[in-house]
Design a protein around this ligand. Structure first.
Ligand SMILES: Nc1ncnc2c1ncn2[C@@H]1O[C@H](COP(=O)(O)OP(=O)(O)OP(=O)(O)O)[C@@H](O)[C@H]1O
Length: 675
């Protein structure tokens, strides 16, 4: 039963046009049907240029193939009507034959041949269509995947955060949506021809055009009942606490929780809780919200739909009473056949119209996603400009404040930070969690632009430089860097892609990053792909027992089994990528933000030693919580607290202040080792 409810106190509707329904375990927000026909038409016209662009894009991928496919769809729109026509013709000839005791052989043969030809032509077109469609399908998906991939990879971080961009958008359904439009065209052709055909049939029985309208009454009402399912945004949310809990508990079957559950000895508790949630859900409907939504129509409407199906019968019954000479049993049968095909065609068309609308919205999403404009604007100056940064990048921050785009927090991540880093200095940035260290180095790499103030590189605002020059001059090693699902050679080599094929350079970088030892122990060495992306399809084997198929499944699982390495080993590969980057000869700034957080003490010591060995011609900004290793090499220590730069100087200078933040952090670490 439909139950209209008020939204919970906090969740006021964004607009009056939103309606809330509670069905089964679901809460469904749907748009009230307040949109006028004019408004719907306007929205449709906005989408039309997008569809045109989409069609032209698909056309460019295979003009001839698309032309043939469209022709085949038109043919299939006509085919059913032709078949119906020949069947009706045969029926009429048989009736005449029965009545007169002699059939018109030539006409019967013609009708049979006509039908056979239509069937044969359809089989041929269907055969070729089924070959054309997959080709265009592949080209279409590749084309739009390509469009999304290049746009996704170029979209900068503020744009993603500020616009809440959906990076998971896949182009895979693009072809299906396009095919839906073709199907819609096919059904449209069929409906129009059928209407004309029925009009001709009904005119010869003196039924007139009203008959055609009555044929459409039931499918029209049905499509009205379905209308709320398409073209209108729905937000579905499971609100039943037991259902939500059931789903959460089911999630615990995931392998990643196994160790916790076994060692915590909590399986009995979880099984009981699962059982309890099942009991409490009782008969509450957990089925598809769309199904529930569809069934949620009033009795009157359901009765009206069924009755509308009988309107045509009533109409020709009445006509037969008053005008019986115009009717034969064959003409009634012909009308009935044609009418049922028209109903089906119209109903399918209305459903496809809904799907077509969804398809148009999808096309809009694809183009919107592919045309996102980056917030971080490119500059025009080349970097390095002159020889003044030969010893490394020189950086000045003037009154820099920063708030993350889209951030709900009123607290600034950085506030009025002013500092100066000279060419070639080794700077160590320290501070408590959340004090703004990572934010500061992200501004240096121009991953974000300041909210106010200025970052100067070699005396010029960083925004004036070409982004690719600044990025080429910066090598970052942060805890946020990940391994890519490609070979270890590529993982390291991508630090300097043009030398990726040089095994000596890759080996050397792996050595400096401390990754060579563990890679050499892997069965496939540098060719190993950690975190491979495998797509495995399993299908139920109908022959033989489950017992006999188990070895096959086990073998398949063995083939796709991941090679697991530790977090520290992963970080060594990422560090090696940074060392590889130095081969470009362009790096003027090295940023290491907790790049050693998962390394063992020896690994960390070696990493910093190898980084220091690369200092020549580079400024280095190292962020760390364990700064003991670095204090004696640092030219400058920067200490941050709650978004502010609170202390700057050398280690010795900062240690002078017994109440200073730096001294506190240092003493905490040093005291841990004192007796
Ligand atoms: N992407 C983000 N969106 C919104 N706020 C963020 C984002 N990243 C960080 N912050 C906030 O900005 C502030 C500074 O964070 P930042 O990561 O720079 O601190 P940090 O000193 O590097 O911390 P840690 O030592 O834990 O790495 C924090 O309050 C944090 O919650």
């Amino acid at each position: 039963m439909e139950q209209k409810t008020e939204l919970p106190e906090a969740g006021k509707h964004a607009s009056e046009s939103v309606e809330e329904l509670r069905l089964g375990v679901w809460r469904i927000f749907t748009e009230r049907e307040t949109r006028s026909l004019v408004a719907s038409w306007k929205q449709f016209t906005v989408l039309l240029p997008i569809v045109r662009k989409f069609v032209l894009d698909v056309y460019s991928l295979g003009p001839r193939l698309l032309f043939l496919l469209v022709l085949s769809k038109v043919w299939f729109g006509v085919e059913d009507v032709l078949l119906l026509h020949f069947a009706n013709k045969l029926l009429a000839l048989i009736e005449v034959g029965l009545r007169e005791g002699r059939a018109d052989t030539a006409a019967v043969v013609n009708a049979i041949i006509g039908r056979v030809v239509v069937v044969a032509v359809s089989a041929c077109i269907g055969h070729w269509g089924s070959r054309i469609s997959p080709i265009l399908h592949n080209r279409c998906v590749h084309h739009f995947e390509d469009l999304l991939f290049s746009s996704n990879l170029k979209t900068d971080m503020p744009t993603i955060q500020a616009n809440d961009i959906d990076l998971s958008l896949s182009a895979t359904p693009a072809w299906n949506h396009f095919e839906n439009l073709l199907e819609l065209m096919q059904t449209g052709v069929q409906t129009v021809i059928l209407c004309a055909y029925i009009f001709r049939l009904s005119s010869s029985s003196q039924l007139g055009p009203l008959f055609v309208l009555l044929c459409l009454a039931q499918p029209f009402l049905r499509s009205l009942s379905d209308k709320r399912l398409w073209g209108i945004a729905h937000v579905l949310e499971a609100i039943d606490a037991n259902y939500v809990r059931l789903r959460a508990l089911k999630e615990l079957e995931n392998d990643k929780y196994r160790q916790d559950i076994l060692s915590g000895n909590i399986s009995n508790y979880l099984i009981n809780e699962f059982d309890r949630s099942c009991q409490e859900l009782k008969d509450k409907d957990m089925g598809s919200p769309y199904g529930l939504f569809q069934r949620n129509q009033s009795v009157n409407f359901a009765v009206a739909i069924q009755l509308a199906g009988d309107l045509t019968m009533l109409y020709y019954a009445l006509n037969a009473v008053f005008n019986s000479r115009e009717f034969t049993l064959t003409s009634i049968a012909m009308l009935q056949h044609s009418e049922s095909l028209l109903r089906r065609s119209f109903q399918t068309g209305m459903r496809e119209l809904g799907e077509g609308y969804k398809g148009m919205m999808f096309m809009k999403r694809i183009y919107d996603a592919a045309n996102v404009e980056n917030i971080v604007r490119d500059g025009v100056l080349e970097y390095p400009r002159d020889g003044s940064d030969a010893a490394g990048m020189s950086i000045d921050l003037r009154n820099v404040s920063f708030v993350y785009p889209g951030s709900k927090s009123k607290v600034k991540a950085l506030e009025n930070v002013t500092l100066s880093i000279k060419s070639g200095q080794l700077v160590v940035l320290v501070g408590a969690n959340g004090s703004g260290k990572s934010t500061l180095v992200k501004l240096l790499a121009r991953l974000y632009d300041v909210t106010s103030g200025q970052v100067l590189v070699n005396g010029e605002d960083i925004r004036e430089y070409k982004i690719r020059d600044i990025r080429a001059a910066t090598a970052s090693l942060t805890q946020d860097h990940h391994l890519y699902p490609v070979s270890l050679t590529e993982n390291i080599g991508l630090g300097h892609p043009s030398s990726l094929a040089d095994p000596d350079m890759v080996n050397d970088a792996a050595g400096k990053g401390g990754a060579d030892a563990f890679i050499s122990k892997l069965p496939q060495g540098f060719s190993t792909v950690l975190d491979p992306q495998n797509f495995q399809y399993t299908s139920q084997v109908t022959r033989g027992s489950e017992e006999s198929t188990r070895p096959l499944v086990q073998e398949a699982n063995r083939l796709v089994k991941k090679i697991d390495v530790s977090g520290g080993e992963r970080q060594r590969v990422v560090a090696s990528r940074t060392f590889m980057r130095f081969n470009s000869g362009k790096v003027k700034l090295v940023i290491a933000d907790e790049g050693s957080s998962t390394l063992d003490p020896k690994g960390e010591w070696e990493l910093f030693k190898n980084l220091r060995a690369e200092r020549q011609g580079k400024t280095m900004v190292l962020v760390t919580h364990r700064f003991g290793h670095l204090t004696k090499y640092a030219d400058l220590m920067l200490c941050m607290k709650e978004g502010h730069l609170v202390e700057t100087g050398t280690h010795e200078e900062l240690m002078q202040d017994p109440d200073g933040e730096y001294r506190k952090l240092y003493d905490l670490q040093a005291n841990a080792f004192s007796t």
